[in-house]
Design a protein around this ligand. Structure first.
Ligand code: GDP
Length: 309
């Protein structure tokens, strides 16, 4: 991802090299090229407009002094503004003062929630936590067993309704209510409290498209479990749709942070560059492959450096 954007930005900025002074015309021309590069990468139009306006204003006002030559100054400005639209500071999980910390995952089907639950469990464990994964995607066939498989791989316990059992049956980790995802979520959190797990990761159902029932269910789970973090999981490959999906989840469920998945894909990456700016919520994690370790905290500064090459 970002290869073609990196190339385009690189060549736009390369033209400035060697110039002792930058005229306003130089800056306008460079900004025009940056604008095209961002639009081609599928970054949403309002985000592009805001970005270019800031770069232009700062580049034209830049002092022609100091350690950096004019071209380097513009590169620095573009870098700073990229870090800005990606969220500025790295945002970490806010753990509850009184455990367990509840983290709920929400997003469309196929976004990578179940895979992410395993990765997050694996990561949390490495950070010294004792996570419990809770399987509340009772919609997609196989989602519960998929979570059990990733949990096992990560060496993390999974709280799940037994397939085919009726409400109130005893599962591996205690009493669970099958069939009702809200009850499973609530039971999962109660189980974590009773068994001293300090972080609960709730996997929820997605739909292929946004629909009211999906939103209501996710919103009911949120109300029932009062999560400390609601992470909106979004496939970075879906381009502009990522922005409208994010807005719909923002209205329907609300979320505290974003997880970008499939950053290993060869899409243009504009979603990654738009979603923070459009929703005002920070990108907290990034997933870049199917393996448990293809996952990390999202660092805006590192991502900006990667994009600028
Ligand atoms: P869910 O419906 O949101 O729970 O999505 P899944 O976790 O089942 O993921 C859907 C598909 O995307 C699966 O085939 C995953 O292996 C794959 N997947 C998830 N995250 C990534 C990623 O970061 N990169 C790639 N290449 N594939 C991913």
């Amino acid at each position: 991802m970002f290869d073609s954007l990196s190339d385009r930005l690189g060549s736009a900025l390369k033209d400035l090299r060697g110039k002792g002074r930058l005229s306003d015309a130089d800056i306008d021309r460079t900004c025009r090229e940056i604008r095209l590069a961002l639009l081609e990468a599928d970054v949403s139009l309002p985000v592009v407009r805001g970005f270019i306006a800031k770069v232009k204003e700062r580049a034209k006002g830049a002092e022609v002094s100091g350690a950096l030559n004019p071209a380097q100054q513009v590169v620095k400005i573009v870098n700073d503004e990229l870090v800005g639209i990606l969220g500025g500071e790295t945002r970490r999980i806010e753990y509850a003062k009184k455990p367990p910390t509840v983290i709920m995952l929400a997003g469309l089907q196929g976004a990578g929630k179940t895979t992410l639950a395993g990765k997050l469990g694996n990561w949390l464990k490495k950070q010294g936590h004792q996570p419990l994964l809770v399987a509340c995607d009772l919609q997609r066939p196989g989602a519960v067993s998929q979570l059990q498989i990733v949990g096992e791989r990560a060496g993390v316990k999974v709280f799940a309704p037994d397939p085919g059992t009726s409400i109130g049956q005893t599962g591996e980790l205690g009493t669970v209510s099958s069939g009702d995802p809200v009850a499973v979520a609530r039971d999962g959190v109660a189980e974590a409290t009773a068994q001293h797990y300090d972080v609960v990761v709730i996997d929820t159902a997605g739909r292929l498209g946004i629909d009211e029932e999906l939103m209501r269910q996710a919103s009911d789970i949120r109300e029932a479990t009062e999560p400390d973090e609601v992470l909106f999981v979004v496939d970075a490959m879906i381009g502009q749709d990522a922005v409208s999906t994010a807005e719909a989840f923002q209205d329907g469920v609300g979320f505290t942070g974003v997880v970008l998945t499939k950053l290993d894909g060869d899409a243009r990456g504009g979603a990654a560059l738009s979603v923070r700016e459009v929703t005002g919520r920070p990108i907290m994690f990034a997933s870049s492959g199917e393996k448990l370790d293809d996952f990390d905290v999202f660092h805006p500064d590192r991502m900006a450096s990667r994009i600028l090459g």
